[in-house]
Design a protein around this ligand. Structure first.
Ligand code: SF4
Length: 334
């Protein structure tokens, strides 16, 4: 049954509430919501306005998250709500991420965690992905669904900006198997000017996930002249290699004009290929290009070069499992 859901991770403070879910640590007065627009102070208690209120639910190829090295070729039941704790000027899902819950002209149907898991099972999905908007801001719903998923042998995935505080992070990711984390740029200046978040918190989250053996893939949306400076890219790719290892899949995705950057040109294929080259020179073994057509996104054995997974768009043909014919271990969870 639908009920107003008390939020977690907050404390009363003077004449309001301090939310401790993400690094904004919003101070929220009565009848106001935090920066994410979905956590509201009602009678001096903090409530989640999006618990049980998914506004996007789809059965997606897991490759669309994107995750290429986790359960390849399977379907992932994908859900998202309104709200986000960043305000990226280039957001490609801004119609849901930046939506104000208070002024909706329609009602959102309530789905309990049990109803969501029933749908995952009914649709033969091996995983559930919390995606489309930033799942951190509906962390309470993530936890309740993910706990049930674990009981039903369903894998759990966060597609996230990584902007979260340590206490909430450890409580949410206790139930998570895999994550695709955005590194939106490799300077604090870029994060400050274009996202409202901070690079340091994101990198801390990625290192934390690695320490918990959660499967990680990283995505960077490349925007010409904004976050694709060669020196910055080299720093980012070296950081990934040093902190996470050369087996971590990196997805370089092309920007398309959107939200507050409609005048910015689409990222060109030659510049994507140049960034790909830099990533490979930095020692990363598995680099993929997204939002572009006509590129080779197969997975090859890093030892002998044989095809391990053949990809065409979101269609996937698995050629080898666990070990290549040459004996090289394949770092993919099948
Ligand atoms: S989760 Fe929302 S309300 Fe809480 S600190 Fe972050 S932006 Fe503010």
């Amino acid at each position: 049954m639908e009920k107003q859901q008390l939020a977690r991770w907050w404390k009363k403070e003077n004449d309001g509430i301090r939310c401790h879910l993400c690094p904004w640590e919003c101070f929220i007065k009565e009848n106001e919501a935090g920066i994410c627009k979905v956590r509201k102070n009602i009678s001096n208690n903090l409530y989640s306005l999006v618990y049980g209120k998914p506004v996007a639910m789809n059965i997606d190829p897991i490759e669309k998250k994107p995750l290429y090295h986790f359960l390849p070729g399977t379907s992932s039941f994908s859900i998202g709500t309104f709200g986000c704790n960043m305000q990226c000027k280039f957001c490609q899902n801004w119609d849901i991420s930046q939506r104000d819950m208070e002024n909706l002209e329609f009602k959102i149907d309530y789905y309990s965690p049990t109803e969501i898991i029933d749908l995952v099972i009914k649709n033969n999905c091996r995983s559930i992905a919390f995606t489309y908007n930033e799942p951190t801001i509906f962390g309470e719903y993530v936890i309740d669904i993910a706990k049930l998923a674990k009981k039903n042998n369903i894998a759990t995935i966060m597609v996230t900006n990584g902007y979260i505080l340590p206490e909430a992070r450890s409580e949410i990711y206790k139930y998570i198997d895999a994550a695709n984390v955005d590194i939106k740029g490799f300077t604090e200046k870029f994060y400050k000017s274009f996202t409202g978040g901070s690079l340091k918190n994101v990198l801390d989250t990625i290192v934390y996930l690695k320490s918990k053996n959660i499967h990680i893939e990283v995505t960077t949306l490349l925007i010409n002249g904004k976050n694709d400076d060669e020196n910055d890219l080299r720093k980012e790719f070296s950081w990934i290699n040093n902190k996470l290892g050369s087996d971590i899949p990196l997805h370089l995705s092309a920007f398309h004009p959107d939200y507050k950057m409609k005048d910015q040109k689409i990222t060109t294929l030659p510049s994507m290929q140049n960034s790909y080259r830099i990533a490979k020179e930095s020692g990363l073994k598995f680099v993929y290009l997204g939002n572009v057509i006509g590129v080779d996104n197969n997975t090859y054995c890093s030892n002998c070069g044989k095809v391990i997974i053949n990809r065409s768009g979101y269609s996937t043909k698995i050629k080898q499992i666990n070990k290549c014919k040459c004996g090289e271990k394949i770092p993919i969870i099948f």
